[in-house]
Design a protein around this ligand. Structure first.
Ligand SMILES: Nc1ncnc2c1ncn2[C@@H]1O[C@H](COP(=O)(O)OP(=O)(O)O)[C@@H](O)[C@H]1O
Ligand SMILES: Nc1ccn([C@@H]2O[C@H](COP(=O)(O)OP(=O)(O)O)[C@@H](O)[C@H]2O)c(=O)n1
Ligand SMILES: [Mg+2]
Length: 208
């Protein structure tokens, strides 16, 4: 086996050389600004940004056997089975060659959380949580203009329901472990980043 990694096998996954891996989960409602702020964090703090939603959309485009299933679930605002998403994340982590990751839009439910933990044995350093009023998030999604199938008011309503029922409990779980760093995400982009920077400052100090 050596350093070869078979991502299809549970409970037998580690980085070559057993590097210390730093993972930050980036959570928040649809439109709270996760992707926008992750792009900024990457520029300043040397993390690799992995958006679970982007990986799933790429999987649809690649013509994978799961493509139609993923497409239908995204259109309905439902959460794709963890088996699929965790595999995509593992593959992207290994291919990046980095050891610091922002995992955006994941874990979105208890099943996501448990599957990632069981397979990778990685505990997040902390959870960056973008807190924003639903009204503002809806406004942003309706103006996002990325041609996404799920940025229509009907699907947006379904995504918010899933967020409240399935994703917020995951934030609460990490909150009970003292791992949530909550950000007021309703402010303008540069102001939100000022709050984010404070939280990531220790990672710059490490690099010096
Ligand atoms: N703080 C902000 N204020 C206003 N608009 C924002 C802010 N952050 C992001 N946006 C815009 O809102 C939309 C959703 O942002 P995005 O980063 O894609 O959110 P998420 O990944 O959480 O769904 C995008 O069009 C983005 O440009
Ligand atoms: N962990 C995840 C993340 C996203 N998804 C799917 O992908 C959709 C879009 O996720 P996203 O993170 O790109 O959406 P935003 O919160 O960025 O608007 C979700 O509504 C789910 O259907 C999923 O099934 N599991
Ligand atoms: Mg996003």
């Amino acid at each position: 086996m050596g350093t070869m990694v078979d991502a299809s096998k549970d409970n037998d996954w580690s980085f070559p050389g057993d590097k210390k891996i730093t993972v930050v989960f980036v959570l928040g409602g649809p439109g709270s600004g996760k992707g926008t702020q992750c792009a900024n964090i990457v520029k300043h703090f040397g993390f690799t940004h992995l958006s679970a939603g982007d990986l799933l959309r790429a999987e649809i485009k690649s013509g994978s056997k799961n493509g139609t299933m993923i497409q239908n679930m995204i259109k309905e605002g439902k959460i794709v089975p963890s088996e699929v998403t965790v595999k995509l994340l593992q593959k992207a982590m290994l291919e990046s060659g980095n050891d610091k990751f922002l995992i955006d839009g994941f874990p979105r439910n208890e099943e996501n959380r448990a599957a990632f933990e069981n397979v990778t044995k990685i505990e997040p350093e902390f959870v960056l949580f973008f807190d924003c009023l639903e009204e503002e998030m809806v406004r942003r999604l309706l103006n996002r203009n990325q041609g996404r199938d799920d940025d229509n008011i009907e699907t947006i309503r379904k995504r918010f329901k899933v967020f409240v029922e399935s994703s917020l409990p995951v934030v609460e779980y990490y909150g009970s472990k003292g791992k949530v760093r909550k950000i007021d995400a309703a402010k303008p982009i540069d102001e939100v980043f000022k709050s984010v920077e404070v939280i990531f400052a220790p990672f710059n100090a490490e690099a010096i």
